[in-house]
Ligand binder design. Structure first.
Ligand SMILES: Cc1ncc(COP(=O)(O)O)c(C=O)c1O
Length: 472
């Protein structure tokens, strides 16, 4: 790159220094200008570097590469920032966003009180300022095992099958490093959670990401023929031997649950090949219907190659009170402990103490079960309102959620353009589907999570978009 700096020499002359890469020195080319002529000189001496043009130390290649491919979701959320909304001529307070992948129910009141208890007791608060054990507090790990037994019927899970981390995002990253090597093949669904490919690139450079298509964009159906998908899975697996198969359930962005037969096949095939089946249970408590699928009670003590990822973000509305955990066979937990020594040293003590106090009470008096039940029902109702509003106002193909916070809707055109057009004309924000996979490039993700307590906004948002699309 050529940089030009301008230096005042004396009244008649301007001196331009043309140089490459910001380094001043011997051999740089000067252009001396006065009113009559142009002279070129080659500098015979090194010159002190100019501060503005000092070369910046390069970041790592992987970071430079990742910066060049920013997440499409982050881009759209940036576009929806207040100042950009104002620039579009819209009132930010009038925008209805279906963009956020977050929950909006209240955390259990007793959980809040347990924070107060820790903070108001001088000794307890002092204790919360200490490091915890690297895999987390062993009593809390026991309580998490009990929670899984109580809510989902997981048997034979003990403290030794649980490691607590900073969040499900952090434990996911560390789990990738624990279970696979750079360059290994990894199998994901299409569509799937948009953060995985970036996480893979950082944790497992040069890994080969394979996709199993589960959404048919032509008919807008999820797993329209499960036997065919099972065959597709077997054939991809036997060709590429992925070290990891990663499935979110309930899924983000589709909110579908993977078919039990497909999941059993994945478990057996990976087991036989010495690979891992990783289930991301970020939305585990937001299952709909009367009971969770049977595989929610699979235990890693029964299935040595099963690893499950968990988060405090969604069940207890702890998105900002960061805590997550992994359930796995003991040798995996040992491996994870070694990685956590280097990645986070230990999980947050204050959150662990508050969670321990809350869980020990709420498991005993039955209020945990009641809380989970009420919360999941509230998301089911928000999902029903969303689907009815889409059907009524838009009449576009969409998926019926089995849990979670989302649905995906077919828009029949490039979703980036659709989202921008709809935002500008209605003040309603959807998320373009492209970032979740090829199958969603003409679809959008719609999150009802933030509107769980305000269904009127869901209806109003769909009505506005319906009116606008009806006119076009
Ligand atoms: C499928 C999935 N996994 C993991 C996460 C991140 O969870 P956490 O807040 O615990 O990092 C999300 C967040 O939206 C998600 O959708």
């Amino acid at each position: 790159m050529i940089f030009v700096s301008l230096i005042w020499i004396f009244p008649l002359y301007w001196l331009y220094l043309i140089k490459d890469g910001g380094r001043n020195g011997k051999g740089d080319i000067f252009l001396l200008l006065n009113s009559n002529n142009l002279t070129t000189l080659i500098c015979p001496y090194p010159l002190p570097p100019s501060r503005d043009n000092m070369p910046k130390p390069a970041l790592s290649k992987i970071v430079e590469e990742q910066i060049k491919k920013p997440s499409p979701i982050r881009q759209i959320m940036k576009m929806a920032e207040r100042k950009n909304i104002i620039n579009m001529g819209l009132d930010p307070d009038d925008v209805i966003s279906f963009g956020g992948g977050w929950v909006n129910h209240e955390a259990p009141e007793e959980f809040r009180k347990s924070y107060i208890q820790v903070c108001s007791d001088k000794k307890e608060f002092h204790k919360s300022g200490a490091y915890s054990a690297t895999p987390g507090d062993s009593d809390l790990r026991d309580l998490i095992a009990n929670y899984e037994k109580e809510i989902f019927g997981i048997k034979d899970l003990t403290c030794d099958n649980v490691i607590i981390g900073q969040s499900s995002t952090q434990v996911t990253h560390d789990t990738f490093i624990c279970l696979a090597d750079p360059g290994d093949a990894i199998l994901l669904l299409d569509p799937t959670y948009a953060n995985y490919p970036g996480q893979m690139d950082f944790a497992l450079p040069n890994s080969k990401i394979l996709h199993l298509q589960v959404l048919d964009p032509a008919t807008w159906t999820y797993l329209p023929d499960v036997n065919k998908t099972i065959e597709d899975f077997k054939s991809i697996f036997s060709e590429h031997k992925p070290k990891l198969v990663l499935i979110p359930s309930p899924d983000n962005p589709s909110s579908k649950m993977i078919h039990p037969e497909l999941l059993s096949t994945m478990r057996d095939v990976t087991k036989e090949a010495g690979s891992f089946l990783l289930i991301d249970h970020a939305y585990k408590t937001q299952y709909f219907g009367d009971s969770p699928p049977k595989y929610f009670s699979w235990s890693p003590s029964e299935h040595e190659n099963l690893v499950t990822l968990h988060s405090n973000s969604k069940w207890a509305r702890g998105l900002g009170r960061r805590l997550g955990w992994v359930e796995a066979a003991e040798h995996v937990i040992d491996g994870m402990e070694r990685i956590q020594q280097c990645s986070i040293l230990c999980p947050d003590s204050l959150h662990q103490m508050a969670m321990k106090a809350y869980l020990s009470k709420a498991l005993e008096d039955g209020t945990l079960k009641q809380y989970v039940e009420e919360v999941r029902r509230s998301y089911e109702e928000a999902a029903n309102t969303t689907i009815s509003a889409i059907d009524h106002h838009l009449g576009k193909p969409r998926l019926e959620p089995d849990g979670g916070l989302y649905t995906v809707m077919h828009v029949g055109e490039d979703s980036d353009e659709f989202v921008l057009r709809v935002l500008k004309n209605t003040g309603v924000l959807f998320i373009p589907g492209k970032g979740f996979g090829e199958s969603l490039k003409n679809g959008v993700r719609i999150s009802y999570g933030p509107w769980v307590g305000n269904h009127e906004k869901i209806k109003e948002g769909m009505e506005r978009v319906g009116k606008y699309l009806g006119k076009n």
